[in-house]
Every structure is written in C-alpha cells, then in structure tokens.
Ligand binder design. Structure first.
Ligand code: HEC
Ligand code: HEC
Length: 272
C-alpha cells in the first residue's frame, strides 16, 4: 500500500513546519532582544564597586583640586578648620563620603543643621575628595562591599541592637523623630547601606559615634540588614528594588515591561 498523502495533510504539514520555523526564529529574536537589553542595563546601571581605602596619587591630587574650589573657603586651605567649620584632618574617607554623598556638604549656607539633599558631586569626585582627606591623616575608611552584604546579616539580632542603640532618636522603625532643642533625627529610609555604616562610624552632629568597640562590624551589618528588610517590607506603591533610585527602578520596569511585550507579540505571532 502506498502512503497516499492527501492535499489537506500535506498542507497541514507545510503549515506546521512553517510555524515551527517561525517560532524558532521568534525565539532567536527574543533571546537577542533580551540579551541586548541586559547588555544595555549592565552598561547603564551604577557600578557598586567599593573604593580602596587609600586612593591613587592621581585621585588624591584630583581630590585636592576639588577640595580647594569647593570646600577650602569654610574648612581652610589645609583642611585645618576655621572659625566657621571644623578641621577635616583625621575625619577619614568615610566622613567625606557620607557628608558629600548625602548632599549635606558642601554646606550651601550656614544654618542650624546640614540637611540631606541632592549630592553636588559625582561618586568618582566624592571618592577623590575622600582620598585627599584620607591622605592627610588616617581615619575610618569607606566600608567595603563585603561589610555591607546583608545576605550575611541577621535582621532579628539587628532589630534588638537598633532598639537598644538607635531607636531613641530615629524611632523604632527608623522613620525619624524629634530631639530636644528643635533638632531632628532624620528618617533612615533614604540612606543606603553604605551611608548607614558611615553614619555609625562618624556620628554626624548629635549622633554618637559607634566605633567597633561599641558595635562590631557584624553588629553594624545586622543593624543595616534589619533596616533594609523592614524598609523593603514597608514600601508603599510597589517593590522597592533595593531603593536603587527612581531612574534605575524605572529602567528595570521599562526593560522587564518591554521584554514581556516582545514575548507576548512573538507568542501571538507564533499562533497564527
Ligand atoms: C559653607 C561652609 C562649608 C562648605 C563650603 C563645606 N563645609 Fe563641610 N562643614 C561645614 C560645617 C559648618 C560643618 C560642621 C557642622 C555640620 O556638620 O553640619 C561641616 C562638616 C563637615 C564634615 C564632618 C566633619 C566631622 O567632624 O565629621 C565633613 C566630612 C565635611 N564638612 C566635608 C566637606 C567637604 C568635602 C566639602 C567640600 C565638598 C565641604 N565640607 C564644604 C561647613 C562647610
Ligand atoms: C542621640 C540621637 C541619635 C542616636 C542615638 C543615633 N542617631 Fe543617627 N542621627 C542622629 C542625628 C541628629 C542625625 C542627623 C545628623 C546630620 O544631619 O548631620 C543622624 C543621622 C543618621 C543617619 C544619616 C541619615 C541620612 O541622611 O542618610 C543614619 C544612617 C543614622 N543616623 C543611623 C543611626 C544608627 C544606625 C544608629 C544606632 C546605631 C543611630 N543613628 C543612632 C541622631 C542619632
């Protein structure tokens, strides 16, 4: 018996082969598109690399130049301090990264308190300023990435430490609170892990210094882990994505959204 192929079966066969090919090329396009987006994102996303405690000579000289223009009028030509601003000798890279990274410095006008605002310098410039100040005298370094790895922190232990050491000023959940004499301990929601660590190292204004004798590096990491996990749970209006900032969060939403749309388009196309 010869295997008679009916025209209808042949047509169905051609159709299914064609749609299989179309589907395969669809997947290829999808993979390429997603790969392109991933590469784009990697190129645009801020790098999280930690800075070496002591910058290179080039960084120090860049930092000195930035310092002379932006900071010396208040802190003195040698960072020795003046009547209006304290000496920066020995404050360490961490203090500079905190003060400039949270936008507190440069102080725009002399007022009662330095406020968190949009930073005026880029992170490489801040690193240079920090390297210059660190070159004058040793002081607390900018914490390295592994000191901030909250996957190694214990949030429950951190919660206890936070309630014992920080909550009297910053509120039990870190949302901030009033102090005496009209002063205010700010909310810790906008702070990055690095800034929380640095604030403990420096104790800005009324905040006490929590050196490694008061709170060990593991204690500090546990506190940061507690704050980051409670704040992630308390995100109104969606996922916080680690609070990497509105641009990055928007970018992630855009990339994921586009990926889903591409996928949906190809899926619908493959079914016709
Ligand atoms: C308009 C004056 C002014 C300018 C400009 C200024 N600062 Fe300050 N800075 C102050 C005053 C006042 C304080 C102390 C009060 C405070 O912390 O709010 C201070 C505190 C600091 C501290 C904390 C010191 C400590 O003991 O922990 C650092 C670090 C610092 N400044 C760095 C800088 C850097 C870096 C620049 C330049 C980018 C700069 N400041 C520009 C006035 C100024
Ligand atoms: C005596 C009150 C007091 C205590 C206790 C205290 N802080 Fe603070 N903290 C402050 C004040 C005041 C500021 C604001 C300083 C400034 O603006 O220069 C501050 C600032 C901070 C910031 C910077 C917020 C930002 O803008 O990014 C962080 C982070 C922080 N504190 C964390 C802690 C942690 C963690 C503890 C406990 C280990 C703690 N603080 C204990 C009073 C306190």
């Amino acid at each position: 018996m010869t295997s008679a192929v009916t025209p209808a079966a042949a047509l169905a066969d051609v159709r299914s082969r064609r749609s299989r090919a179309r589907r395969r090329s669809g997947y290829l396009v999808l993979a390429l598109t997603l790969g392109l987006f991933a590469a784009l994102y990697a190129a645009l996303a801020p790098s999280q690399s930690a800075v070496a405690a002591n910058g290179t000579a080039l960084e120090v000289s860049r930092g000195r130049a930035l310092y002379l223009v932006g900071c010396s009028t208040c802190h003195g030509l040698q960072a020795q301090g003046t009547k209006i601003a304290p000496s920066l000798i020995g404050v360490g890279a961490a203090a500079v990264d905190f003060q400039v990274g949270t936008g507190r410095m440069p102080l725009q006008r002399m007022g009662p308190e330095a406020q968190r605002k949009q930073p005026k310098y880029t992170q490489p410039q801040i690193n240079a300023l920090a390297a210059y100040i660190a070159s004058l005298a040793p002081g607390p370094a900018i914490p390295a990435a592994d000191q901030l790895d909250i996957s190694k922190g214990d949030p429950a232990r951190g919660g206890n430490l936070f309630r014992a050491n920080c909550a009297q000023c910053h509120n039990f959940n870190g949302s901030g609170g009033a102090l005496t004499e009209g002063k205010y301990a700010p909310s810790l929601y906008p702070s990055t892990s690095k800034q929380i660590y640095e604030a403990m190292l420096n104790g800005p204004e009324q905040m006490p210094v929590f050196g490694d004798n008061q709170l060990s590096p593991q204690d500090k990491l546990d506190i940061i882990t507690f704050l980051k996990t409670t704040h992630a749970q308390a995100d109104p209006g969606g996922f916080g994505l680690g609070r990497i900032g509105p641009v990055s969060e928007g970018l992630v939403a855009w990339l994921v959204g586009t990926g889903v749309l591409v996928f949906a388009t190809l899926w619908i196309g493959a079914r016709i």
